[in-house]
Write a protein that binds this ligand. Structure first.
Ligand code: NI
Length: 229
């Protein structure tokens, strides 16, 4: 499932982040990929150890905590701390599939592997600030082109082949991260999401309450059946 989540960050939050990122020390994005990815990756990233990356990443996670659409779609169990990248001067990232298991550290420094089920890209520039830079996601239905307003996010299965088109004017700043979902299977996660959003619509339109209680119970019983925690 490919889902557009609008306004994860408010315009003033994006502006503050942009200001900090403009003064940041960027490094070659190839430092965080294997040999295969390094052949097609030409961008810059904030180093993983950067205090700014940590601080801005926390702000994004806090914003997501307030976002019911993100929760319903991702059903997050663990999240890789958000990273930040910049494409400019023809920078691009050719077709690839992201790593399946990311090694992270818990706050008390224990190693924690996180399986990437859901990929997220949060756009930090307006589409008219740069040329190119579309995120192209390829799945069984074809190729989808994504270029969103600043503050908006796209969520898609980490198993998808994807690329970022060359940025030929201006710069494209974004944050990206991976989620290990309570629901590993994308099709099951999508069914739960569609049921959850349909329940919301029924509630908002004053549907029969006894039926709603039973259907909500079915949602939770499916989640109980499928969830890994
Ligand atoms: Ni990728």
């Amino acid at each position: 499932m490919l889902l557009h989540i609008p306004q994860v960050l408010a315009p003033q939050e994006v502006a503050a982040m942009r200001q900090a990122l403009d003064q940041a020390d960027w490094t070659d994005g190839r430092e965080t990929v294997g040999a295969q990815g390094a052949q097609v990756k030409r961008n810059e990233q904030l180093p993983d150890a950067s205090p700014l990356r940590e601080q801005l990443g926390q702000r994004i996670l806090a914003a997501l905590d307030r976002n019911p659409l993100y929760f319903a779609a991702a059903l997050p169990l663990r999240v890789v701390p958000p990273r930040f990248n910049r494409y400019q001067g023809g920078g691009e990232y050719g077709f690839h599939i992201d790593g399946s298991v990311m090694l992270t550290r818990t706050p008390d420094h224990r190693a924690q592997p996180i399986r990437s089920d859901v990929s997220c890209t949060l756009f930090l520039c307006e589409p008219d600030e740069y040329d190119g830079g579309e995120l192209i996601i390829s799945d069984t239905y074809g190729e989808h082109e994504v270029k969103l307003p600043a503050g908006d996010m796209v969520l898609y299965p980490s198993s998808s082949l994807h690329k970022v088109q060359p940025v030929t004017r201006g710069a494209r700043l974004a944050s990206f991260f991976w989620v290990q979902s309570m629901i590993r299977d994308d099709a099951c996660r999508r069914l739960l999401f569609e049921m959850d959003t349909s329940l919301e619509t029924l509630r908002a339109t004053g549907a029969d309450n006894a039926a709603l209680v039973r259907l909500t119970g079915i949602y939770h019983n499916l989640l109980r059946r499928w969830a890994e925690t």
